[in-house]
Structures are given as structure tokens and as C-alpha cells.
Ligand binder design. Structure first.
Ligand SMILES: NC(=O)c1ccc[n+]([C@@H]2O[C@H](COP(=O)([O-])OP(=O)(O)OC[C@H]3O[C@@H](n4cnc5c(N)ncnc54)[C@H](O)[C@@H]3O)[C@@H](O)[C@H]2O)c1
Length: 65
């Protein structure tokens, strides 16, 4: 079986952006989609904030973010 490299997440709400965040942080290429462009942008912003918090806590480097 081919190794998984890319994960697709449908819906960028509470669950979707959380799953996308964890998958991206684990090194996967992530494709996040949402039917509502604003929801996609919100989800993306939430992921950015989450990663920023981890940088602040020293758990992630700025480059990894
Ligand atoms: N939030 C939780 O704690 C939780 C726990 C267990 C299960 N769930 C389930 O997970 C699912 C998502 O929950 P949530 O809390 O993230 O909801 P949410 O409302 O925060 O996000 C759902 C997102 O999916 C998008 N969407 C809806 N239909 C779509 C489509 N056809 N194509 C693309 N995007 C679409 C919406 O625009 C919205 O942004 C639900 O089925 C929910 O019952 C949620």
C-alpha cells in the first residue's frame, strides 16, 4: 500500500480545521475545503492561531509553523 502523503478534509468548521491542523502538524500535505469561502478563511485563521500558540509555548519553531 502506498504511504499516505496528502489528507483531504471536507468542511473547515470546528472539527475540520482541528483535523487539518493536527494532520498538517504531523507533516502531511493537507487540502482543506469548505462550501462557504468565509468558513474556509476562518478555519485557516484558526489553524494559524493554533500554530502561533505552539510557537509561543516553544513546542514548534517559527520555521515549522
Ligand atoms: N464539534 C464537535 O464536537 C463534533 C463532535 C463529533 C462529531 N461532530 C460532527 O462533525 C461534523 C462537523 O461538525 P462541526 O462542529 O465541525 O460543524 P461546523 O458547523 O463547525 O462546520 C461544518 C463546516 O462544513 C461546511 N460544509 C457543510 N456542507 C459542506 C459541503 N457539502 N462541502 C464542503 N463544506 C461543507 C460548512 O460550511 C461548515 O463550515 C458534523 O457532522 C458534526 O455532527 C462534531
Amino acid at each position: 500500500m502506498e504511504p499516505i502523503e496528502t489528507i483531504g478534509v471536507v468542511g473547515a468548521g470546528t472539527m475540520g480545521h482541528g483535523i487539518a491542523h493536527v494532520a498538517a502538524q504531523s507533516g502531511y500535505q493537507v487540502i482543506l475545503v469548505d462550501a462557504v469561502p468565509e468558513a474556509l478563511e476562518r478555519g485557516r485563521a484558526q489553524i494559524g492561531k493554533g500554530l502561533e500558540r505552539l510557537v509561543g509555548k516553544g513546542k514548534l519553531s517559527a520555521e515549522q509553523r
